[in-house]
Ligand binder design. Structure first.
Ligand SMILES: C[S@@+](CC[C@H](N)C(=O)[O-])C[C@H]1O[C@@H](n2cnc3c(N)ncnc32)[C@H](O)[C@@H]1O
Length: 275
């Protein structure tokens, strides 16, 4: 049986995000319902996450924007005909259970200990785990490993790369995107990224600097940020299909947060690239 002790610092951040997915259920103004994330929230992580939210409720709201963004994207893309959804650095993403659809295959990619822990928990609750590639995706040829797990490069595919870029060296981020481009005939990849000001704790917003001092101490520091999505087009052959600030995600769904989020504009963003 794999335990949380087998999971490294970057892997532990996956529990942190599971907490926020779960917490949405208990909010009077909750925007989505994830009945499975509760299985992936150890008590000590819940305590850290609650402290994070207390230090900077606005950044907690940006995390909620992110969760809504990726969730809606998966739902829409399946409606539009995507047949494979690959969650790269999947952590405890439970969307495969939520959006299970005839003709659509979901794949997880994560470190072996995270994949095994997730399998154990899903099986323990009577849920069949979905296909997964276990390994460091920067060290392997991911498209080939996915094909060994049943991925078909000729079917329409969406890659979700959520909550990962900030932990990776800049050159490896571009290397990874370029490898997907070299190996796959067509695909869409959606990811989030932090501003360099969040990475350096120099945002000009005291509560944001304080909350990331806390996060970096409890979990692991972010190492890479970006301030212009154009860099992804310059460093890869991929084209931007959409990009924007996370706060924009709430504009239509939860406009009551607009005032509180305005000072955080540009600190946390999303980007969708296509080949
Ligand atoms: C912040 S968590 C995000 C998890 C998930 N995408 C979500 O949003 O809930 C980052 C995850 O990416 C995984 N990860 C980061 N770098 C990785 C790498 N090079 N190879 C495999 N997994 C990686 C970690 O193990 C962790 O589970």
């Amino acid at each position: 049986m794999t335990t949380t002790m087998d999971i490294n610092d970057v892997g532990m951040t996956a529990f942190f995000i599971a907490h926020f997915r779960d917490a949405e259920r208990d909010r009077a103004d909750g925007l989505f319902d994830d009945p499975y994330s509760r299985w992936f929230v150890p008590d000590e992580v819940r305590t850290y996450a609650e402290k994070f939210a207390e230090l900077c409720p606005e950044f907690e709201t940006l995390i909620r924007c992110r969760l809504l963004f990726f969730r809606e994207l998966v739902r829409e893309q399946i409606e539009y005909g995507v047949r494979q959804v690959v969650s790269v650095g999947a952590g405890f993403d439970t969307r495969p259970a939520i959006f299970r659809t005839e003709g659509v295959t979901f794949f997880d990619v994560d470190q072996p200990a995270v994949v095994q822990y997730k399998r154990d928990v899903l099986e323990g609750h009577g849920l069949e785990p979905w296909p997964a590639v276990a390994g460091n995706y920067l060290d392997v040829n991911l498209p080939r490993r996915l094909q060994e797990a049943g991925f078909d490069p000729d079917l329409p595919s969406l890659f979700i790369w959520e909550g990962n870029t900030m932990y990776l060296p800049r050159n490896l981020i571009f290397g990874f995107l370029n490898q997907l481009d070299a190996e796959l005939p067509a695909f869409t990849i959606a990811f989030d990224y932090m501003s360099t000001r969040v990475v350096n704790c120099s945002t000009g917003v005291d509560s944001v600097n304080a909350v990331f001092d806390y996060f970096y101490e409890q979990f692991t520091p972010f190492i890479t940020g970006f301030d212009d999505p154009g860099v992804f087009e310059r460093a890869t052959p991929l084209k931007i299909a959409a990009s924007g600030g996370m706060e924009e995600v709430f504009h239509s769904r939860a406009p009551q947060y607009a005032g509180a989020l305005a000072p955080l504009a540009g600190l946390y963003s999303y980007c969708i690239l296509v080949k």
